[in-house]
Design a protein around this ligand. Structure first.
Ligand code: AMP
Length: 607
């Protein structure tokens, strides 16, 4: 049975899990951590870094380090969220060829799915290292509130990473799966998921027969831990401005240091009442004088700075209950997901709203990946004892006359679902009909998310109103939208041309996949080189340690001098090969070094 990995592709951190035997396991990366920062960087030497090592160098290489790419995925250049990110990010965000977003790192421009694919590829490698076999199939999670463009872009990221994304599932749903799996529960639960960049809440019914049915889901894809960090940064920056009349935001390096310090302080304040923020030499005054930043932040102050953010999440919970037509008393358990739910003020607000202490049985950082692995295993093993019924987070519809939005599939409809609509020609001999498909809750088309412009082409020539085309709008189990059309008279399928989508073209995806493959070849070669290099270095150290002893024992004899000279030249050659980064040459030298080491050890033993 082919293995499927479950990947929680987070804004701040990502996590990978796989089913082993009958239990899901969370896989640690090489550093021993179960989560990996979703950070990608390119060094001055052009080397690509991912995860912890990318995060560690973020301060000194801020312009070429991408964090929180998930906030940009599937978004249009013109969206307010992107405008905001352009102002606050330390890396350069530009407009792409399809009205999409591109990120510049050193001399190369990347699409957002490409950046996310680098993180996904890392998660794939972590799983492969652990399992000792190649992995292809994956279930990837997305915030429940993601629209079609964001889901499609996430799927594209998986494809670029060389993964076969067999399902996209919603994060809160995955959390509920992990919570309820194998427990024979029968209850209504709320999943409150506050991560680094997004907030989601879902209400689910878990049935004892293994049915997980989502009743409603809602959220905000621009509300998360980073907004809490931003409040602390604002507080620090304005304090500094008052004291020194210097705007720290103008300095990218200072801003990156502030960002790190703010996040650290926020996390600390989840367990202590106050913390010291200390950033020596934060900026220079230009008069050869460096200024320091030092302030104490208390939990109380943090709570005051962020209480409206917490309140916004509670409002969204209220909305989710309303959408589900339920009362707080109907909720029998509250599951907390996401690193931000460790903040005490978040926990007390959630407890106060739902009138019950949240459940603490699941691990907030790992539960989503675990749920994805459970779903992955269920899909390949075709487990019939577990059924997942999710809903579409946004209404699907089309733009009609007067820029109005005509809803075809309402929000919170169980997916997969489809809806057909008949379009007729409005002019004689009309050969094409344009349909604008969008997602959203507003009656004004302009307020909703445009998914694409579908043009039915090559229609039969006939008097107006005589050609009737049935267009079927479908949302699949991934929450991804597709459109199909057929001529009702002839029964012929009608071709559809999609334009104005902000996603990547198939050709672009193919080219990026090739790039990702090249990177893997390079990376494996790199790892191979590092392996033999380490072996060579250990041998050289051992041989050099033995030199004085060998010289003492055989140094005066001719053969002894000869052996020492040979050994020295073997060491030099090995060093040269290491400098050239040539794994085959190093491997050859390793063999020579091993022979030398054996001989030396023999001499020492006899001497
Ligand atoms: P996630 O996307 O679930 O990995 O959540 C990451 C977010 O949780 C980031 O904004 C972190 O700063 C935040 N976070 C992690 N640990 C804590 C903590 N102990 N207290 C408060 N926030 C935290």
């Amino acid at each position: 049975m082919e293995r499927v990995i479950g990947i929680d592709l987070g804004t701040t951190n990502s996590c990978v899990s796989v089913f082993e035997g009958d239990q899901p396991a969370v896989i640690s990366n090489r550093g021993g951590y179960k989560t990996t920062p979703s950070v990608v960087a390119v060094t001055e030497a052009g080397k690509r870094l991912v995860g912890h090592i990318a995060k560690r160098q973020a301060i000194t290489n801020a312009e070429n380090t991408v964090y929180a790419a998930k906030r940009l995925i599937g978004r249009k250049w013109s969206s307010p969220q992107v405008k905001n990110a352009v102002l606050t990010s330390s890396y350069a965000i530009n407009e792409g060829p399809h009205g999409d977003v591109r990120i510049r790192l050193r001399d190369k421009t990347y699409s957002v799915p490409e950046i996310s694919s680098i993180v996904l590829q890392e998660m794939k490698i972590i799983a492969e290292d652990y399992l000792g076999e190649p992995v292809r199939k994956a279930v990837i999670t997305v915030p429940a509130y993601f629209n079609d463009n964001q889901r499609q872009a996430t799927k594209d990221a998986g494809t670029i990473a060389g993964l076969d994304v067999i399902r996209i599932i919603n994060e809160p749903t995955a959390a509920a799966l992990a919570y309820g799996y194998g427990k024979d529960l029968d209850r209504t639960v709320a999943v409150y998921d506050l991560g680094g960049g997004t907030f989601d809440v879902s209400i689910l019914e878990i049935g004892s027969s293994g049915v997980f049915k989502v009743i409603s889901t809602t959220g905000d894809t621009f509300l998360g831990g980073e907004d809490f960090d931003a409040r602390i940064i604002d507080w620090l920056v304005s304090g500094f401005q008052r004291e020194h009349t210097i705007d720290l935001r103008q300095d990218r390096m200072a801003l990156q240091r502030l960002r790190d310090a703010a996040e650290k302080a926020k996390c600390e304040l989840s367990s202590v009442k106050e913390t010291e923020i200390n950033l020596p030499f934060i900026i220079s005054t230009g008069r050869n004088e460096a200024l320091h930043l030092q302030r104490t932040l208390t939990r109380d102050t943090l709570e005051k700075l962020t209480d409206d953010l917490v309140e916004r999440t509670v409002e969204i919970c209220r909305q989710a209950l309303e959408d589900a037509r339920l009362h707080v008393d109907d909720i029998e358990d509250v599951i907390l997901v996401g690193g931000m739910t460790r903040m005490p003020a978040v926990q007390t607000s959630v407890a106060a709203f739902f009138g019950r202490e949240p459940n603490k049985s699941v691990h907030p950082d790992e539960v989503v990946a675990v749920g994805a692995a459970i779903q992955g295993a269920a899909l390949v093993q075709e487990k019939k004892d577990m059924i997942l019924l999710d809903v579409t987070p946004h209404a699907l519809g089309i733009m009609t006359f007067g820029s109005n939005f005509e809803e075809l599939i309402p929000q919170n409809t169980t997916v997969p679902t489809s809806r057909a609509k008949i379009f007729t020609t409005s002019r004689d001999d009309q050969t094409a009909v344009k349909i604008l498909v969008m997602q959203g809750e507003s009656r004004q088309a302009a307020d909703n998310e445009m998914l694409g412009e579908f043009i039915l082409t090559g229609l039969r020539r006939a008097p107006k109103g005589h050609v009737e085309i049935e267009v079927t709008f479908e949302i699949n189990t991934d929450g991804i939208v597709s459109v199909a059309a057929k001529d009702l008279d002839t029964g012929q399928a009608q071709s559809i041309q999609v334009t104005a989508s902000s996603g990547l073209t198939q050709d672009e995806i193919k080219a990026m996949m090739a790039g990702a493959k090249d990177y893997m070849v390079e990376r494996r070669a790199d790892e191979e080189f590092e392996g033999v290099k380490q072996e060579a270095e250990t041998l050289i150290a051992e041989i050099e340690r033995l030199f004085p002893e060998i010289e003492r024992v055989v140094g005066t004899a001719d053969f002894g001098r000869d052996a020492i000279a040979k050994a020295r030249s073997a060491v030099d050659r090995a060093r040269g090969a290491m400098k050239d980064r040539d794994p085959n040459a190093v491997r050859l030298q390793v063999e020579q070094l091993q022979r030398t080491q054996r001989m030396f050890k023999g001499v020492v033993a006899r001497g």
